[in-house]
Design a protein around this ligand. Sequence first.
Ligand code: SF4
Length: 423
Amino acid sequence: MQKRVAYITLGCKLNFAETSTIARSFSAAGYQTVSQRQQADVYVINTCSVTEHADKKCRNLIRRLHKISPEAIVAVTGCYAQLKPQEILSVEGVDIVVGAEYKGDLLHLVQELEKDRSKCVYSCERNAIESVFPAYSSGERTRSFLKVQDGCDYFCSYCTVPIARGRSRNVPISTLVSQAKEIAAAGIKEIVLTGVNTGDFGKTTGESFLDLLKALNDVEGIERFRISSIEPNLLTPQTVEWIASGTKFLPHFHIPVQSGCDKTLKEMHRRYDTSAFAEKIALIRAAMESPEERFTKVFFGIDVIVGFPGETDEDFEQTYRFLSELRPAFLHIFPYSRRIGTLAADRKDQVQESVKSERESRLQALCEKLHTEFLAANAGRSAKVLFESTEKGGMMSGYTENYVKVPRKFDKSLIGQIVEVTI
Ligand code: SF4
């Protein structure tokens, strides 16, 4: 009988791309994919460890899956598995816990365990995160997340990702172009470049991020590219200028600021201050927006952390004012989460949870206001929308080049098509 496998991805788009690649290896070996709510022979969980909450979510998930199928093999990988393997192994029902280096070997490890269930595979050699597991997602018919880089050398004072994912590294441009061609051959029209520190591409191959963008831009069949997230200091004026010169890269940037207070940025060990950040945003706007389109054409999604240790009311007010003046289209707001092993975790001046929640709510309200203004300014404009496959209540939706979500009545023939609409 065909073996059934379910996949659960926690966390970022990078994990999503990696799970999709793991899933392709299982499908090629004859496994049938089922939903996580169904009984399965194997559950693969790709974890995140960005917050304490993410760790807890993973442990609860394992317990729930073990209840659904007590005999199933539960294989756990990802950042949480890399950082705290023993914590995961202590949850009943877990069979395999492997870190970053072994993601590509999961099928093989599962097959070994199927032959001999007495084994419990556990392998997380912290110093061995050196290779890159090439990955792209292929579940959707419209968009694929292509992993272009892994790891990070920045060591921001609140972040465990460099410990979980290792040093910055990448596969060569030629490999990524081949993967992009595979994606195009599957009929997918949009690629989102993902990585841990995407703009740091080239560390191990001596290539540049801009050369990567140029090579991908030439791949036939792919009509749109987005960059999922990029550090502001790595988005160079040359890259901005080239993107703006009529390429397939869209006016959509996800850039983390983390704080609008220079004192806090310094303590976070970020590599820019608020002036440099604001200048970068102004540079992009000047290159991609005409005076009439100012603040309304480029979609900026900005990450911000509230309640970093030592953040005073005045520091937070500075962040609030900075973001109000910057006028991004969206804010991704994260209450600071204390992560053992980081510099910020040892600080005595931790901010109370209630204060973090209050600051989060204030920024949430600001985000709603900014997002509503962005949508209102785009209403009535004509735009190209790539429609997606999800049907909900007889409706479907797609995104414009500048990431405005446009709904319309479900029409199967539009899935994966780029259509000109009036927003
Ligand atoms: S740049 Fe900073 S926040 Fe981002 S992954 Fe690297 S260490 Fe973490």
